[in-house]
Design a protein around this ligand. Structure first.
Ligand code: PLP
Length: 355
């Protein structure tokens, strides 16, 4: 039998990897350390009973988009929802990028931006951030003018560095993107932990979308739900490309149910931000190099080989993300902010290893 072969342009691609090791303390995937409130689970139980399982879902996810619109203060016509922000990003790429078009990323950043761009058939141009992982606006504008990308990605706060892009940089990048007829995708998966959002720059005449997720602040990584805010005309373009009925009925209801607990979400954010300060200073006290973070994780470089440190933490049943071999992140690890107890376990384990 002649086996089918993978597309030539995807031959060298390895899938997305994040080791799932069984440990007591999981601080590797930037999830919420706390689950949603018990009342949310009760609402879901009711939704499971009332769902019309024999019927296809609402293709336009109207109730969900309305609920999101209410929380973010936008018309539902400006909201597109999908199975996690990864599916949102993929839909944007299938719609606006693809063969013969270019996508632009500023590295190091979220690996799926270039990964999904390549899968969409686009070519990818990657520009380096400076040594502190800050994006030089002039370099960015030059790269946009030189490459005329169909899609430019900015991640703020940036994964894995935690850096929040200043408004001046985003405005400069957006103006350059618009001058070449491209689209700026602001990935704000961690936006609620930061001091500002590019949502304030949105408009019908702006080539800007802001992508957000229920996986982090809404404590719903298990549900796979994300959304995009952008011009209504652009949302219609996405709806024309995405698979019909891609968002199941139960998930749509889960999203609506989650949004009723905004106050609880804000309490979870405040707790994470407080613990982030504790982790940052704990790491500095232990002699690690720490990048100031606007997200629910912290990138650091301890005075020990990164792989060795990662293994020593796993031996103490603490799992963090090993970014030590990633380009430009030599020796670095990324730790998600956990519960106070989990953070104590992490800091104690690190202190023991470095002693
Ligand atoms: C920057 C960034 N964007 C998007 C995602 C994908 O999130 P989702 O769970 O909504 O697909 C992640 C997940 O870690 C992320 O870090």
């Amino acid at each position: 039998m002649a086996r089918p072969t993978r597309r030539d342009d995807l031959r060298s691609m390895s899938g997305y990897h994040s080791p799932q090791v069984t440990v007591d303390v999981r601080l590797n995937t930037n999830e919420s350390p706390e689950p949603p409130p018990a009342a949310f689970a009760a609402a879901l139980a009711e939704a499971a009973v009332s769902t019309q399982w024999h019927r296809y879902p609402d293709r336009q996810a109207i109730a969900l988009r309305q609920a999101i619109g209410t929380v973010v203060g936008l018309d539902p016509a400006s909201v597109f929802a999908a199975n996690g922000s990864n599916e949102v990003l993929q839909t944007v790429l299938l719609t606006f990028a693809g063969s013969g078009r270019t996508c632009l990323t500023f590295e190091p950043t979220y690996a799926l931006h270039s990964h999904l761009s390549l899968i969409s058939g686009s070519s990818v141009v990657s520009i380096d951030r400076d040594d502190d992982f800050v994006l030089d606006a002039e370099v960015a504008v030059e790269a946009i003018k030189a490459n005329a990308p169909a899609v430019t990605f900015l991640c703020s706060p940036n994964n894995p560095t935690g850096v929040v892009e200043p408004a001046e940089t985003v405005i400069a990048v957006l103006e350059a993107v618009e001058s070449v007829g491209g689209l700026l995708v602001m990935d704000e998966a961690y936006g609620e932990f930061a001091s500002w959002s590019a949502q304030e720059l949105l408009g019908e005449e702006r080539s800007l979308v802001v992508v957000k997720t229920f996986s982090k602040t809404w404590a719903m990584a298990g549900a796979r739900l994300g959304y995009l805010l952008g011009p209504a005309w652009l949302v219609e373009e996405l709806a024309a490309v995405v698979l019909p009925y891609h968002l199941d009925s139960f998930k749509q209801q889960a999203g609506v149910a989650a949004l009723a607990f905004e106050a609880e979400m804000k309490i979870r954010i405040a707790a994470v931000v407080e613990q982030r300060g504790r982790i940052e200073s704990g790491l500095s006290d232990l002699g690690a190099e720490v990048w100031p973070s606007g997200a629910n994780f912290v990138l650091f470089r301890a005075p020990l080989d990164g792989d060795e440190l990662w293994r020593a933490l796993v031996e103490r049943s603490v799992l963090v993300r090993n970014t030590a071999s990633w380009e430009r992140l030599d020796g670095c690890l990324r730790v998600t902010i956990g519960t106070p107890e989990e953070n104590t376990r992490f800091l104690d384990a690190l202190a023991e290893i470095l002693a």
